[in-house]
Design a protein around this ligand. Sequence first.
Ligand SMILES: Nc1nc2c(ncn2[C@@H]2O[C@H](COP(=O)(O)OP(=O)(O)O)[C@@H](O)[C@H]2O)c(=O)[nH]1
Ligand SMILES: [Mg+2]
Length: 293
Amino acid sequence: MGADESKPEPQLLSEPWRTINWGDKEKDLQYVKNYKPQTEGQQLRILLHGPAGAGKSSFINSVQSILRGRLYVQALVDRISSSSFTRKFRTYKIPKEGQQSFYPFVFNDIMGLEISRGVHVDDIKLTLRGHVKDGYKFDPESKLSEKDGFYNRSPSSNDKVHVLVCVIDASTLFPMKDETVKKIRDVRMEASDLEIPQVAIFTKVDEVCPEIKADLKNVYKVQSLKSKMEQFSAYVGIPMNCIFPVRNYHEEINLKSDVDSLILSALKHIIRFGDDYHNLKKSSDMPMNFSTE
Ligand SMILES: Nc1nc2c(ncn2[C@@H]2O[C@H](COP(=O)(O)OP(=O)(O)O)[C@@H](O)[C@H]2O)c(=O)[nH]1
Ligand SMILES: [Mg+2]
């Protein structure tokens, strides 16, 4: 049979371009729950940066909810306006259920891409190096001074950032302002100098098209979302395999398996990247051993 040229473009690819364990989140959940850094007491610090309203707080809350097995809100979500809500530097730790301990990965959430109101790029750079103490209130006008009480002069490995995550609202991504691209690149450059792995999370995929809203499992079948990711990758230089679309918990009162699967898939990769980086740093910090045994 010949191709019917009058047929409209198919909305969905017949095969997803990436595979996700839909309906079987247990493997990824166990990976995240059982993750232990090689060094006792080490923690991975995951820094989320991105415009106000991109879904940073919602992502942290979603991760917490999945790990606790019920919806949970710790990071305040800003529903009122897209003005600065999360300006104070704060570390989010997730307690392990029924234990007196926390998961060995923590989140920080800073608003970093606003042109005038955002966190100073230099402050993001200081954060990457672990110089910013919890409780510091970012000032878009000036960067944290070494004389400030919130300046950490001798950051430990736990204070430094191990993975930099750029959080972007997929539904309103384009057109991207030149300034935003420049800011992302600027921060990326610093992270690259420090060899910190970088990831991008595309949030609100449910708002991208009706096919995904109707069924999240279509996320890797929608060509237009893939194209958006490719375009973003080309703009800012984050490779495609480090970009993850997610849908955060934001309106529901119960957990949903598909939502969990997509977030866990992203989180697992973030933890892996951070773990690789930490192990790489640790081996490069160790004195050279010339023994041939
Ligand atoms: N539809 C949809 N809305 C979301 C998603 N993630 C966050 N939101 C909404 O976007 C708004 C801003 O989210 P928030 O987490 O406060 O963004 P932040 O400023 O980056 O911390 C809130 O109204 C959220 O409910 C998502 O994946 N899908
Ligand atoms: Mg927030």
